[in-house]
Design a protein around this ligand. Structure first.
Ligand SMILES: [Zn+2]
Length: 363
């Protein structure tokens, strides 16, 4: 435990984060800068500091207010709870034996323990964390796991263990209980089903299902109220990440814990993101067929990488334009990450779906 040790370090980190959240909250003031036109609300005139302005966040994308410590903890159903700092999320079950925690994002950090303490004090259940489930190996979701102490049983996919042994990060001890396909976690009268459906965002990302509470947690796949994070959530397998959205919707749930941002998800959030992603894919198919590569070849001659860069950038912009216009006001930050998402979708269309466009003609 290095990066998170010491109260001073923690306080500094929290202040920095709250300051960032304050900046975000100020963004709606920029609404006055947004005019009409087909791309209303896309990045416009830069501020004097050189930073672009973006459209205001739709109120429905935001979650509950944070407390003075910088977090919110809420009940989902029964003994199931969630915690957020408005950017990251964790979930926990209070059981008769202690707490089962899913993920430990470092931005929430010690507030996880505060949230668990407050809830268990109120409901009279033991506060010790008996089990810690890793959604996947990424440090931004489990990098505070060392705060939970050595006694908690750590559970993750077998590939998660392999990756964490490779990473050798003291903040992320490898899980000692692993599984390949399915695992039923029963503790103190409560139950979680852990399922692996193949690679998507990462090779080890799992679905955590609480059937008694009609709740699914799957991280970095569906982003309730918001467009997916940059580059389709920096996912390592785009076709399987796209399919993972449908796998998620195939579970019987009323509440989704997406691992990011400030609120929980409902089924309509999944449907809306699936439509957004499908529009990106359809746009990529249309653009690969229509975008004329001749100007890029003519301009850059023997500089093959310049040809590719200019062509791919132009393609991403062409794909993104109508998608931004369609989803602005419906999905938060459509003007922030759609161009990056379109770029990744276009490249996935070429190299994974095999529609290579002008770079695929057999001579
Ligand atoms: Zn991740």
């Amino acid at each position: 435990m290095t990066a998170l040790s010491g109260p001073q370090r923690e306080a500094t980190s929290r202040r920095r984060f709250l300051a960032a959240a304050g900046t975000a909250a100020a963004v709606p003031a920029a609404a006055a800068l947004i005019g009409g036109g087909p791309l209303a609300g896309t990045a416009r005139a830069a501020t004097p500091g050189g930073l672009p302005d973006y459209a205001p966040i739709p109120p429905g994308a935001l979650g509950p207010a944070l407390n003075a410590d910088g977090y919110f903890v809420g009940n989902i159903h029964g003994n199931l709870y969630w915690v957020t700092d408005s950017v990251y999320q964790a979930m926990f079950l209070t059981t008769g034996d202690g707490v089962v925690l899913v993920d430990a994002p470092p931005t929430i950090g010690h507030n996880l323990l505060r949230a668990i303490g407050a809830v268990t004090q109120a409901n009279g259940r033991p506060a010790n964390v008996t089990h810690l489930v890793y959604s996947h190996s990424h440090a931004d979701h489990i990098g505070a796991s060392s705060l939970l102490g050595a006694d908690a049983v750590r559970i993750g996919h077998s590939e998660c263990r392999r990756l964490l042994l490779r990473d050798d990060d003291p903040n992320r001890p490898a899980p000692t209980v692993t599984f390949d396909d399915h695992y039923v976690l029963e503790a103190g009268g409560e139950r979680l089903l852990l399922d692996y459906h193949g690679p998507n965002h990462t090779p080890d990302n799992i679905f955590i299902y609480a059937p008694d509470h009609q709740t699914l947690m799957v991280v970095d796949v569906i982003f309730p109220g918001w467009v997916p994070f940059k580059n389709l959530a920096v996912s390592q397998d785009i076709p399987d990440w796209i399919s993972a959205q449908d796998v998620a919707m195939g579970y019987q749930w009323q509440t989704l814990v997406g691992g990011h941002l400030g609120r929980l998800g409902q089924r309509a959030d999944g449907d809306l993101q699936i439509a957004y992603v499908a529009d990106l894919l359809a746009g990529a198919r249309a653009t690969v067929a229509s975008l004329d590569p001749a100007p890029f070849f003519a301009k850059y001659g023997n500089n093959s990488w310049a040809i590719f860069k200019a062509y791919l950038d132009a393609a991403a912009a062409e794909v993104a334009g109508p998608v931004i216009a369609k989803y602005l006001g419906k999905l938060a930050a459509a003007d922030v990450f759609t161009a990056d998402n379109a770029y990744v979708m276009f490249e996935a269309l070429r190299v994974e779906y095999g529609m290579l466009g002008p770079f695929g003609d057999h001579p």
